[in-house]
Design a protein around this ligand. Structure first.
Ligand code: UDX
Length: 442
């Protein structure tokens, strides 16, 4: 059992900290944001993440998980320190590392014995060397430490599952001693025969970016194929089903949609593309994926306008789904942001409903009419747009949708509604690459 401190209690730090405490270690989650720590100390979870509540509660009750704003002491008391602070996108696509550097300085100032310092935050390739340099600059000379890059592969909405049952654990370090310490931290996974990838620091950093950029590329690729299906009346569902049956392709991350969002893909693709350019290279595939993604979001707006005969001004448009994907309240880079901005700019009246993201979107766009259920959102609407694949939208009674709307016009950007039923009810609708589209009938 080790004493482990996580610095940063966002969805990576909190999920990973609670997960590591579930492995039997004594974990302190530290953050300078006293409001977050107060919430956690009151037993409240500041982020929406399925399963996180009872993971935290179970380990707090067992006395293995605590929270503090006293970062210095949390560092002094720990055997292993995880850096899990945010690295948001800064100017021209580079990641903003100011929080990481600040934490590195604090760690240097509080090293009171041998410790392993581990970065879980997503940091550009080469950042590990800078963190090492900062810690060495601020620590007392005689004290030793080792550094490990341990990137996370957590998806929002399934972060707890992804942490407790990962496809692999990546450990980037030159130190055998640090590697042994980390193997002890992740022992339950190791016993479960989870693949442990031992490599260099910069290779571990590259694995994270290369993985995320590839997944983003895969999504942009299938979105472009779906767009071509629109034009040749092919069915993207049948295409992806057949493609996914090829083990080399896999059916995962092959679902067309309105364009990817979230806190990672947009940031990580821009960061790796920007790093390449700094090194005199151009990642044409990644830059292509970034461009294709923005095109996809713009294309969804064009589709809505087409369904409204080219003019949405004065029309009431209902948006179902605001989060960048289901099972989260996160709207960062969500396709809904582009959609709402464009519709308001074209003088449409926008109504919206999302099971949990209404509040976050209302901060960005207070002028939208936020509804408490999908029925209220579609009532009187001239067109309805589905942007997030929440289960409750899959199960909507389309008869009721038709009754409530001013006219049965619908864009399904997640291809979750039954086309036959939409046809039978005489909807004028569109989606992303599904044949049998009845765009012009009403
Ligand atoms: C991603 C990576 O999956 C994860 O490994 C990394 O640690 C963080 O970034 P996340 O952004 O939380 O996770 O969600 P993810 O499920 O990857 O979806 C990202 C975006 O891609 C969402 O907007 C989603 O709707 C979209 N997407 C995903 C598709 O459009 N099609 C797909 O097939 C899969």
């Amino acid at each position: 059992m080790k004493k482990i401190t996580f610095i940063g209690t966002g969805y990576v730090g909190l999920v990973s900290g609670a997960g590591v405490s579930d492995f039997g270690h004594n974990v302190i989650c530290a953050d300078i944001a006293s409001d977050k720590i107060d919430q956690l100390l009151d037993g409240e979870i500041p982020i929406y993440e399925p399963g996180l509540n009872n993971l935290v509660e179970r380990n707090v009750k067992a006395g293995r998980l605590t929270f503090t704003t006293a970062v210095d002491k949390a560092i002094q008391d720990a055997d292993v320190i995880f850096i899990a602070v945010g690295t948001p996108q800064g100017e021209n696509g580079n990641a903003d590392l100011s929080a990481v550097y600040k934490v590195a300085e604090t760690i240097g100032n509080n090293l009171n014995g041998y410790k392993v310092v581990c970065t879980k935050s997503t940091v550009p390739i080469g950042t590990g060397a800078q963190i090492l340099q900062i810690i060495n600059q601020y620590k007392s000379n005689e004290i030793e430490f080792d550094y490990v890059s341990n990137p996370e592969f957590l998806r929002e909405g399934s972060a707890v599952k992804d942490f407790l049952w990962p496809d692999r654990v990546v450990l980037g370090t030159p130190s055998e001693k640090a590697y042994e310490v980390m193997m002890d931290v992740y022992r339950p996974l190791f016993i479960n025969e989870t693949p442990i990838v031992k490599t260099s620091i910069q290779t571990a950093e590259m694995i994270k970016y290369a993985s995320n950029a590839f997944l983003a590329l895969k999504i942009s690729y299938i979105n472009e194929i779906a767009n071509l299906c629109d034009e040749v009346d092919a069915d993207i569902h049948e295409v992806t089903k057949a493609m996914g049956s090829d083990g080399r392709i896999s059916p995962k991350f092959l679902h067309p949609g309105p364009g990817y969002g979230g806190s990672c893909f947009p940031k990580d693709t821009n960061a790796i593309a920007s790093l390449a350019r700094q090194k005199g290279l151009t990642l044409r595939t990644v830059e292509g994926a970034i461009k294709a993604n923005q095109y996809q979001k713009d294309r969804m707006v064009d589709k809505v306008k087409h369904l409204c005969n080219g003019d949405v001004s004065g029309k009431t448009i209902a948006i179902l789904g605001l989060a960048f994907k289901q099972e989260t309240d996160d709207i960062r880079d969500s396709a809904a942001l582009d959609m709402i901005k464009a519709l308001l700019k074209s003088n449409a009246v926008v109504k919206a409903y999302d099971p949990i993201a209404n509040k976050n979107m209302s901060i960005k766009f207070p002028e939208v009419n936020y509804c408490l259920n999908w029925e209220a959102a579609v009532e009187g609407a001239d067109a309805t747009v589905i942007l997030t694949e929440w289960r409750e939208f899959r199960g909507m009674d389309l008869n009721k949708v038709k009754e409530l709307m001013h006219q049965p016009v619908l864009l399904d950007t997640r291809n979750i509604l039954p086309i036959k039923e939409l046809n039978r009810l005489g909807f004028k609708y569109d989606n992303v690459g599904r044949k049998g589209i009845n765009k012009d009938a009403l």
